[in-house]
Design a protein around this ligand. Structure first.
Ligand code: PLP
Length: 517
């Protein structure tokens, strides 16, 4: 790779970009990149799933200044192979079982290409009418697949928006809840020190970060114990009694309970909070109830999982990430709200340049009102993400999407059954979706963390699989999240063989008699 130091003297002026986006070269080069990606997927199992590079590896391979002259796509792709691929942890590998997957798909990729190809910035209706209109249609489609009440749909009294992440949805809903509460308290911003946010202690840290961002004092963030000595029997869900007691305590001490976040599918354990009971409490004390269904929300399109959303009608907002388990390439988060005006009141700004008039509304006072999605989100600019989700839904259909969820769950059941059969292991948390939390049983409880940490290190170090861990009530558990698009039964079987192989070795190093199955 060649490189030149940039200085005022060697910048060439007057370079024409007229050849860029020229249809023939655009098509040829795009096809070359698609072939490159197709080849990557073909060979993906050959790479170590977890990158093995050391921090800073890339600066030794790339020049420290930008190239002065244009470079060819061939040269760029060669460097992608030589420099970029080694630094990837291969999230699309069928042997990736870590975190929650980000499952890509052909449909997701095609939709992403269309979005990128048009490259419009649909911050308001006028800036690209179809971007706004398709988004509201797709959000209703999604909401109907999830059987959300009409109070969350545009066809009812609510509505939905596509964000990039759950964190963004949390910031926006927290801001809306905060502003309504401050209004009730008489408007003084100082009152923010009274507002309190509640969630289970295994809620994703995105909530704490979001609460901090909107100015809730860190001391007013209440992670309530779901990870307690008894939580193995309660399956790590948040107890309504605990929530009520915390709210009562806060009221007594002059605080104002603001926002309760319930999770459907926690990151650590895949636990589900009791939405209906929490919803009743939230309504009684007038808290904003948000449901974070980032991972497991996608599964709720299947009738057998929909019960986990029972009580959703009591919530103010709900979000889920199609970029986790809905075949939609990064990034995509659906947020539905019951009162869109609360979001808009909190997030809108007006400037002349943004004035949004549909042609009809210039001439008629009866024109349909239009949505300004810029007022439903943090940034002004926004991608045409709806095109991606729309393509995914159309290419798979409701039935195909349910099939996809069920096939991942059935692989998780297969894995769970294999673990359960081996008495050296235990399933730590009852499985609800496609996340299996298990561990190697230690001889002495005090050795459990070390033993299982060594097992995870050995598995990931092998390059043949990638898994992550969680601490649940002081117990180190190994998380096996099944859901990359390329994963099949044989990968799950191979994973189990690998786990047994590494466990054999680990246990034989410790106490030989423990190793025999
Ligand atoms: N909530 C839950 C339950 C999650 O599992 C995650 C990520 O895994 C998040 C929130 C964070 O999502 P995002 O990265 O979209 O903000």
């Amino acid at each position: 790779m060649g490189s030149f130091g940039l200085s005022a003297n060697n910048i060439t002026h007057g370079t024409s970009f007229s050849a860029d986006l020229e249809p023939k070269s655009f098509s040829d080069e795009s096809k070359a990149v698609i072939d490159f990606i197709a080849d990557y997927y073909k060979n993906i199992e050959k790479y170590p799933v977890q990158s093995k590079v050391e921090p800073g590896y890339l600066s030794a391979r790339l020049p420290d200044t930008a190239p002065h002259s244009p470079e060819s796509l061939d040269d760029i792709l060669k460097d992608v192979t030589d420099c970029i691929l080694p630094g990837l942890t291969h999230w699309q590998s069928p042997n990736f079982f870590g975190y929650f997957q980000a499952n890509a798909s052909t449909a997701g990729f095609l939709g992403e290409m269309l979005c990128s190809g048009f490259n419009v910035v649909g911050f308001n209706w006028l800036a690209s009418p179809v971007a706004t209109e398709l988004e509201s249609i797709v959000m209703d489609w999604m909401g109907k697949m999830l059987k959300l009440p009409s109070s969350f749909l545009f066809s009812g009294t609510g509505g939905g928006v596509l964000h990039g992440s759950t964190c963004e949805s949390l910031v926006c809903t927290l801001a809306a809840a905060r502003d309504k509460a401050l209004e009730k308290l008489g408007g003084g911003f100082d009152n923010i020190t009274k507002l309190v946010v509640y969630a289970s202690d295994q809620t994703h840290f995105a909530l704490q970060k979001s609460a901090k961002l909107i100015g809730i004092p860190p001391a007013n963030f209440r992670p309530l114990p779901a990870l307690t000595r008894t939580s193995f029997s309660t399956e790590f869900s948040l107890s309504p009694d605990t929530v009520r007691a915390a709210i009562e305590d806060d009221i007594k001490s002059g605080h104002v309970p603001l926002y309760l976040c319930a999770t459907v599918g926690t990151t650590g354990a895949g636990a589900v909070d009791p939405i209906e009971e929490l919803g009743k409490i939230a309504n009684e004390y007038k808290l904003w109830l948000h449901i974070d269904a980032a991972y497991a929300g996608s599964a709720c399109i299947c009738p057998e999982y929909r019960r986990y959303l029972n009580g959703v009608e009591l919530a103010d907002s709900i979000s889920l990430n199609p970029h986790k388990w809905f075949l939609t390439n990064m990034d995509c988060c659906c947020l539905w709200v019951k009162h869109p005006s609360f979001l808009v009141d909190s997030l809108s700004t007006e400037s002349d340049i943004m004035r949004n008039r549909s042609p009809a509304s210039n001439t008629s006072t009866n024109a349909a009102p239009v949505i300004d999605y810029k007022d439903w989100q943090i940034p002004l600019s926004r991608r045409f993400k709806a095109l991606k989700l729309w393509t995914v839904i159309r290419k798979h259909g409701y039935s195909g999407l349910m099939y996809h969820i069920r096939s991942d769950v059935s692989m998780a059941k297969r894995f769970e059954a294999m673990v359960a059969k081996d008495e050296r292991f235990e399933i730590v948390v009852p499985r609800k979706f496609a996340l299996v939390c298990f561990r190697l049983k230690p001889k002495r409880e005090s050795e459990g963390s070390e033993l299982n940490r060594e097992l995870v290190d050995a598995l990931n170090g092998s390059g043949r699989a990638f898994l992550t861990q969680a601490m649940l009530d002081g117990v180190y558990v190994i998380r096996c999240s099944i859901g990359t698009t390329l994963t099949q039964d044989r990968h799950v079987d191979d994973l189990w063989k690998l786990i047994q192989e590494k466990a054999d070795r680990l246990l034989s190093l410790q106490e030989p008699e423990h190793a025999s199955r």
